[in-house]
Design a binder for this molecule. Structure first.
Ligand code: NAD
Ligand code: WQD
Length: 342
């Protein structure tokens, strides 16, 4: 039986690399496009070490339309695309909105134009819980209103979903937008994990870098929110659980089991955890004492968000299985490996 060939854009990045492993483990042939703007070639080795199969790789910048077009001329047999490639730092997007609109929207448009031209009908998109803003009620279901975006990054995710919906309505394209909550953790082998450039903006990489002695202390942004312990609440999901959902969503499209041409699913655990709970859980799981202090709230943070996962549970037949402890343990194992800490 011939293996179905899937293009994974941004496949050397954090979520993309874990998804490539799950795709290869599920019998798909993978070709990765990445411009290495937020990743490194070492990731290819990590993926290969886990799945014993080197994925095909092309270093290509998806902002260059002619290169995208040339790629599809040379690769006629692609049956589906999982599009991870994007810029993702919320603060940077406020400082440099055009970079974000160009990188997150042009790349999507060029890929969709090629889907139309080449007859590729299956497209999975990385969306985000950021589209919900500060929710009116919890847990958040997929039909909760999309709130005005608070950053250009968030806006690119909202616009991307609109672009996909509109394209699906006038073509044979089938697409699923997966709204991720907060992905954390690494592969249990520590062959791949998260590689934040510069000072981490996200909680868990900041925690592991602090424990590794790279950062002096973790700043906990606010303990005066209207939550049980005063810190913000998020839905932290293990990146491997998230990766597996992509394989299931792709299979749904490939076997034409989708109910509508454009579908949206929340990917979270359904459980909210506070910042202080994550800190305590990290200390307990790893035995590492964490240096932290409470500081002022971070502007723009929403108080509490966690997913209603019933739609993904029922319709995709997917459920997050890994625990917060497993995620934090794997994140710490990964940090130790890349810093050569025994
Ligand atoms: P990442 O930065 O680790 O991976 C993105 C990859 O895309 C990188 O390897 C980067 O080099 C590549 N890339 C970026 N622009 C490119 C271009 N023009 N051409 C080719 N390659 C390009 O990010 P991630 O955390 O793996 O996120 C993947 C996707 O999931 C993104 O779309 C992101 O917005 C979305 N998302 C991430 C999170 C999160 O917390 N990590 C949450 C919600 C949604
Ligand atoms: C989690 C919690 C912080 C760092 C961001 C994007 C969102 C999505 C996921 C892509 C918050 C607190 C953090 C620190 C802290 N990405 N924190 N000290 O803000 O939920 O979401 O990543 O789509 O769009 O906005 O994630 O990991 O930054 O923060 O106290 O040094 O940890 O205040 O409550 P966030 P995060």
């Amino acid at each position: 039986m011939t293996m179905k060939k899937i293009l994974v854009t941004g496949g050397l990045g954090y979520i993309g690399s874990h998804t490539v492993v799950e795709l290869q483990n599920s019998g798909f042939q993978v070709i990765i496009i990445d411009n290495l703007s937020n990743s490194s070639l070492d990731v290819l080795e990590g993926i290969t070490n886990i799945s014993k199969t080197p994925p095909a790789f092309e270093r290509l910048d998806l902002r260059i339309k002619a290169d995208v077009s040339d790629f599809f001329k040379r690769n006629k047999d692609i049956e589906g695309i999982i599009h991870f490639a994007a810029s993702k730092a919320v603060g940077e997007s406020v400082e440099n909105p055009l970079l974000y609109y160009e990188n997150n929207l042009n790349t999507l448009i060029y890929l969709l134009q090629e889907c139309n031209a080449c007859g590729i009908e299956n497209f999975i998109f990385s969306s985000s819980c950021t589209v919900y803003g500060e929710p009116d009620s919890l847990p958040i279901t997929e039909d909760a209103p999309v709130k005005a975006a608070t950053s250009p990054y968030g806006n690119t995710k909202q616009i991307s979903e609109e672009i996909l919906k509109d394209t699906c309505s006038v073509s044979s394209l089938k697409s699923i937008a997966l709204r991720y909550f907060n992905p954390i953790g690494a592969h249990k082998t520590a062959e791949i994990g998260e590689l934040p450039a510069g000072v981490p903006q996200n909680l868990v990489p900041f925690i592991t870098q602090t424990a590794a002695g790279i950062r002096k202390e973790l700043s906990v942004f606010g303990d005066d929110y209207p939550t049980e312990d005063g810190s913000c609440i998020r839905d932290y999901i293990h990146v491997v659980d998230l990766a597996k959902a992509h394989v299931i969503a792709l299979q749904r499209l490939l076997s034409a089991n989708n109910e509508t041409q454009f579908e949206v699913f929340n990917l979270g655990t359904g459980r909210g955890s506070s910042v202080l709970e994550v800190v305590n859980s990290f200390e307990k799981t790893t035995g590492q004492k964490l240096n932290y202090k409470i500081v002022a709230r971070r502007p723009g943070d929403v108080i509490s968000v966690y997913a209603d996962t019933k739609k993904a549970n029922k319709i995709l037949g997917w459920k997050a299985e890994k625990t917060m402890e497993e995620a934090l343990e794997s994140a710490w194992k990964w940090e130790r490996k890349i810093r050569n800490i025994s």
